[in-house]
Design a protein. Structure first.
Length: 165
């Protein structure tokens, strides 16, 4: 049995030129999502790995002014996870308030430990961000998601209520 080496990560993906191209638009989008989610500046910094306040504010200023900004691969990965979480929630829930409520309410799925999913976002661990993104991607793809408080009392639709065409 021969052993295969793990697949190599494309170094070009993390090259400064590519990170420069993604950093400004990515951070601007993150800031908009953070506003929708009502994240404090401290929470925003935690999500992005805990940069110093002065560093974070400098990033935000450069991004808003479309200035030269090169974020680390770690920060860009965190932003990507948040974008994926936001996109999955838009597929799963039609209204913004439903998305916010789902993030804010305790959830019974084992991955959340009875805590609100937003806790995984704001604790600052990249693994937890990616766990939430994978959970939502699975739910979006049709894999069963355990009922949450928002689903209590839901009455299944009758055949007469389902209209096609």
């Amino acid at each position: 049995m021969s052993k295969q080496a793990p697949p190599q990560v494309d170094a070009e993906r993390f090259a400064p030129a590519n990170r420069r191209r993604l950093s400004g638009p990515g951070l601007r989008t993150f800031l908009n999502i953070a506003e929708f989610w009502s994240l404090s500046e401290d929470q925003q910094r935690q999500v992005l790995g805990g940069p110093a306040s002065s560093t974070y504010r400098r990033w935000c200023k450069k991004a808003r002014e479309h200035g030269d900004l090169i974020l680390s691969a770690d920060v860009l990965t965190r932003i990507s996870a948040v974008l994926g979480i936001y996109a999955a929630l838009r597929v799963l829930f039609a209204e913004e308030d439903e998305r916010i409520r789902w993030l804010a309410q305790p959830h019974i799925a084992p991955v959340f430990g009875g805590l609100p999913p937003m806790n995984l976002v704001t604790r600052g661990a990249l693994g937890e961000l990616l766990t939430l993104r994978r959970f939502l991607d699975a739910a979006r793809g049709g894999i069963y998601m355990a009922p949450n408080a928002i689903d209590v009392g839901f009455e299944p639709y009758s055949d007469g209520e389902i209209i096609i065409g």
